[in-house]
Write a protein that binds this ligand. Sequence first.
Ligand SMILES: Nc1ncnc2c1ncn2[C@@H]1O[C@H](COP(=O)(O)OP(=O)(O)OP(=O)(O)O)[C@@H](O)[C@H]1O
Ligand SMILES: [Mg+2]
Length: 578
Amino acid sequence: MSQAPSERWKPVRLAAKVIGHVSQGMYRTPAGAIKELVSNAYDAGATYIKIHTGFPTFGEFTCEDDGSGIHPNEFTRLMMGGIGDSKKQSSRESRVGRFDRPIIGRLGVGLLSLAQICSEFKIVSYHKASRKAFAASIRFPAYTRKDVDSAIKKAAKSGEKFIETGQYSLKPIKYVEGQTGVTITTTFVREAFRKTMGNLAHFGNLRFNKTNRSYAHFGEFLDSISNPELSALFFLSPYDQFLFGLGLAAPLPYPETDGQTRSTCVLSVPGVVKLQKTLKSYNFSLEVDNVSFRRPVVLPSNKLGTRTDQCELSGSPVSETFKLVDGPHESEQKVLKYVVKVDNSDEKYQLLWLSYEARVNGYPMKFSGYVFNQTTRLFPKEYQGILVRLRNIAIGQYDPNFLVYPQAEGPRFSMVSSEIFVEEGLDDSLKVDRDGFNTLDPQYIRLQAYIHGLLHDIVFPSIWEEEKPRNERRRAARRRSNMKRFAKNVSRITKTKIKKVKVVSGSTAEDENVAEVDTRSGTVFINSDKAESSGVFGRKKFNGIAQQVIAAFEIAVCEPTVEKRREVFYQLLRGVFE
Ligand SMILES: Nc1ncnc2c1ncn2[C@@H]1O[C@H](COP(=O)(O)OP(=O)(O)OP(=O)(O)O)[C@@H](O)[C@H]1O
Ligand SMILES: [Mg+2]
């Protein structure tokens, strides 16, 4: 460490074209950056990656995997301009890794994401195949927008293919028999990362379990983030958000009932059961601060705290069709619809299983997935929307705009949660930061058209349909309780006893009033066909209020003096709008 840089340190050469990538990638969230390390371990055939964030001070960040390790020559190649030139996926065979995992890496820029978290890191690698090991250190400058712009200018001017930015040093170490994998230790964690993560004022464990120790197990974390008191993860600490983002992004199976974790209702759909089996067969685990992670998806997730075990999925699905319209391309698509019944409730949730396969823009495209909806808002908010996964890695977070759904659906957007599993295609629509898609890519546009068609033709109409009778029942109950309150006010303020207000129609004698108070039956009759009342009952929504206002007026005019009439009317009116 104490030697002069010139003696041991060599410059890191970045292919000039990479600088542009870096500039796009540098605004990633901590989870987005660390997900690259998880992907690399997974690609290297590791059965685990163990991450230590340095909680609660976040002064040192480490990760360790038991993958293939890196050959020292490959590492040197990377440092000598090989960044941005991934050798993964160069052939058909290399697209599938150990345990039949679909390989994630394509570009060769993932490692650079570490530059966002630290200015210097150490990497120790044991490469089992060659029985070679090395320890290296890398120093990265902070890639600010200004640095990147000036580097691009410089490279363009001189026509250079490489840019020297940062330094690295490498020394071989003795290979230890049986040892395999990579360990990364960050020695200089960036101030911004440390400060952001170190803000634990809203740490979930502190808020819900009154302790500031880190989560003891995954169930504890899951309970915190799906606590019905929490409207959005935004209100928890950046550390909670980091854990959620990383767990969501990683190629992990869903939680299962095993005492500590619980399963999610979507698991019982055959499509997800099959996916779960595949995910488990990848034999990959992620540990963060000694907590073994699963996919942190909890559905349903509402304010009432409705649990998975209160939901029952209808055994046999029905097939439904919708129209997929993508420019001149039109086709009919089928999805499977399952009804989810909720114990002791008139609510009915819905789960759709979808799959699609076609050639788009000359290349194959294949995806499957589910769209789940409940009858009220999903909490925390971060489950609302659609999450697209490429080779099991999440691209960004749930998108609450549903790939820019063009129509207004009000609160119904917030009741829907969906995951789309892309098996083939969309690679070229992926942005370099792997947090989003190029929205002009034909395959992305096809996916978008599919989702929009499905939401428009099936999902939203069935939510409306499901809501209608329940909303009608709730409105009727509200009307009844309002009327009760009104009647109570009337008997408190005047001596008149009434039970209800009734709207009648039909022509009556000219001299009859709009309303009559029938004290015997305790009913105020309002005639909606009189000239005075015409148009008052035009909007169904306001009928209840209109009735009470008219009744208040008619009751008030029965009072003997002008002052008394005015007093009673305003008192009754106050009760109406209370
Ligand atoms: N944990 C690891 N185990 C073994 N090899 C690794 C590990 N991390 C990185 N590598 C090697 O370093 C290379 C660069 O990693 P990097 O993430 O930058 O690129 P990539 O994975 O090839 O592509 P992408 O940018 O799409 O992730 C990899 O191709 C791999 O050879
Ligand atoms: Mg990678």
